[in-house]
Design a protein around this ligand. Structure first.
Ligand SMILES: [Zn+2]
Ligand SMILES: [Zn+2]
Length: 136
C-alpha cells in the first residue's frame, strides 16, 4: 500500500498531493462514471479530505446519486481532466480519479461498484468483492 502520492491534470494547471493511504479503492461501473470519465468504468481511490492538498482551481459539477445524495465532480477547467469527487453521504472523504495520479502502479481495486452495470467486454476478477450498488 502507498503512503502518499501526487498527480496532475493533463495540462498541469491543477496539481495535488495526498499524504495518507487510501481508505478504499474501487472500480465503478455505473453510467454516471462512464459519462463523466468517457471510459468504460471509473477507477477511484478514496482518501481523508484533510490529507488532500490541491494547487490550482478546479471547476465542479453537481448531480444527485440514485440514493439522493449530492455528488460533486471536480475537473480542470482548462484541459477537462476529471480529477476528484465528493459525496454528501461521506463528507470526510474525497475520491481521486486513478488516471490523474502520477504513479498509480500500486492501485488495486478491492471492490467493484455497480458491477451489474459493467459492460460485457469488461473483465471482472471473481476474487474482487462486487456490489450491485454503492456499498453502505
Ligand atoms: Zn488541466
Ligand atoms: Zn460510478
Amino acid at each position: 500500500m502507498v503512503e502518499k502520492f501526487a498527480g496532475r491534470c493533463l495540462c498541469g494547471a491543477v496539481r495535488f498531493e495526498c499524504s495518507a493511504e487510501p481508505v478504499f479503492q474501487a472500480n465503478c461501473h455505473c453510467d454516471d462514471c462512464r459519462r463523466n470519465t468517457g471510459a468504460v468504468y471509473g477507477s477511484l481511490v478514496f482518501v481523508p479530505v484533510e490529507a488532500l492538498s490541491i494547487r490550482g482551481t478546479t471547476g465542479s459539477y453537481q448531480h444527485l446519486s440514485d440514493t439522493g445524495n449530492t455528488m460533486t465532480k471536480y475537473f480542470c477547467p482548462t484541459c477537462g481532466s476529471q480529477m476528484f469527487t465528493s459525496n454528501t453521504r461521506t463528507p470526510d472523504r474525497r475520491g481521486v480519479r486513478v488516471g490523474v495520479i502520477d504513479d498509480a502502479s500500486w492501485f488495486q481495486a478491492t471492490a467493484y461498484v455497480y458491477s451489474c452495470r459493467s459492460l460485457p467486454s469488461t473483465p471482472l476478477d471473481p476474487a474482487v468483492k462486487a456490489f450491485d450498488k454503492m456499498p453502505a
